[in-house]
Design a protein around this ligand. Structure first.
Ligand code: SF4
Length: 391
């Protein structure tokens, strides 16, 4: 049964259905798409669009039945020659044309992902380039292409954040980092960067890092004024994790849960999130059950379809179908509704933005009930939400 089957005809449900389809089959770009992202940490390679007012990241695909075309005013998405949605807001951000006093272009320091400023503050990872490299990740790709710089300073990021807020309406900042061999795994540096952004621009900030060896690092991150944290397990299926992210597998699922529990104590429920990537061969029932465990301790499992990054080890793996992802979205959305969590409780970061997932769309447009079986449509409008950093 689909979202459309269970909700009255309306813009919201049609838009949710379209977005789930697009995130599976991609979009043929037949016009200029000025806001796209290639490489960066994590699993996302995408174009960024506002589809019927909803922020969305969509993988480009030459074989998609959907195409993006220019219209007299704005752009539209077409299928079989028929327009199915309006698109707006894909113009190149104005702050991209600025540079620091040292001549570093702002767009090499941070990117605007729809309405969220995003950056990988250290563009290196101790797992990259060896047998531990995460299969879906492209952190070394954008650096090798010269699209970014190896390390951004807190001062640089603060300067860019003010410009992104003032010139392009950035509403939050999402900062990530490659994993480090240091005991804090890079958490303290990315948090210092977040602190500088927050102090200069006043934006809510999420920082993302691997589980620190000493959990007191989380107290230091919290004391720096950071609003939310992302600590990403990527897959709840141990066999998949061992295959696609061996370094994270060695860290161990228990270490993620211990980190999340401590983080929820500090930051609050819903302000701690983890990516959960669908389409890597995982057991869907196990994935849903572990998402329930995460939600039960106040963690937001940000369920996303695999978005293979060109140049990553998994670049040829297809995205999962909507038929596969939608039932998982529905069940996890039910757990979130039961716990009172949603994009609005995330405050900052990927779970706030939601553009890489249809999870919050499903939660909002189907009025998912606590058992995850659907119900009356919610009155709330389609939400706002972001993406995975990656200048
Ligand atoms: S830990 Fe994995 S996903 Fe994160 S930056 Fe390193 S290789 Fe990429």
């Amino acid at each position: 049964m689909t979202v459309l089957d269970q909700t009255p005809a309306g813009t919201s449900s049609r838009t949710a259905e379209l977005i789930m389809d697009l995130q599976s089959v991609g979009l043929r770009i037949e016009t200029t798409l000025e806001t796209s992202r290639t490489g960066g940490a994590g699993p996302s390679d995408s174009g960024m669009l506002w589809i019927e007012g909803v922020p969305v990241t969509v993988p480009p695909s030459d074989t998609s039945p959907y195409s993006l075309r220019a219209e007299d005013e704005g752009q539209g998405i077409f299928r079989d020659g028929v327009k199915v949605a309006s698109v707006a807001g894909t113009k190149r951000p104005r702050f991209y044309d600025l540079e620091t006093a040292d001549g570093v272009p702002y767009h090499q320091i941070a990117l605007l992902h729809l309405d969220s400023l995003a950056s990988t503050v250290v563009q290196a990872c101790n797992y990259w380039g060896n047998s531990d490299q995460c299969g879906f990740c492209g952190i070394g790709v954008s650096l090798a292409a010269g699209n970014t710089i190896a390390k951004k300073t807190p001062e640089m990021l603060a300067e860019v954040a003010v410009a992104a807020r003032d010139l392009d309406g950035a509403v939050d900042a999402t900062l990530t980092t490659g994993s480090s061999v240091a005991p804090d795994r890079g958490a303290l540096y990315v948090a210092r960067c977040g602190q500088a952004v927050k102090e200069a621009a006043g934006l809510p900030v999420e920082v993302q890092f691997e589980p620190p060896r000493d959990l007191s690092v989380l107290d230091q991150v919290h004391d720096m004024g950071i609003d939310s944290v992302g600590v990403h397990i990527e897959s709840f299926d141990p066999a998949v994790l061992a295959r696609v992210a061996p370094g994270k597998f060695r860290t161990g699922m228990d270490a993620y849960f211990r980190t999340w529990e401590r983080a929820v104590q500090l930051f609050g429920e819903g302000r701690v999130s983890t990516y959960v990537i669908l389409g890597m061969g995982e057991d869907p029932d196990l994935t849903v059950e572990m998402c329930r465990r995460a939600v039960d301790i106040g963690v937001y499992p940000f369920v996303v379809p695999l978005r293979p990054v060109a140049g990553s080890l998994m670049q040829d793996v297809p995205a999962p179908s909507r038929e596969y992802t939608e039932p998982i979205y529905r069940k996890v959305a039910g757990f979130l509704a039961e716990r009172g969590l949603g994009a609005d409780t995330a405050v900052a970061g990927c779970a706030r933005c939601q553009a890489c997932s249809s999870l919050n769309l499903v939660q909002q447009t189907t009025g998912v009930t606590p058992c995850g079986t659907g119900g009356a449509p919610a009155a709330a409008p389609l939400l706002q939400i972001g993406k995975r950093p990656g200048a």
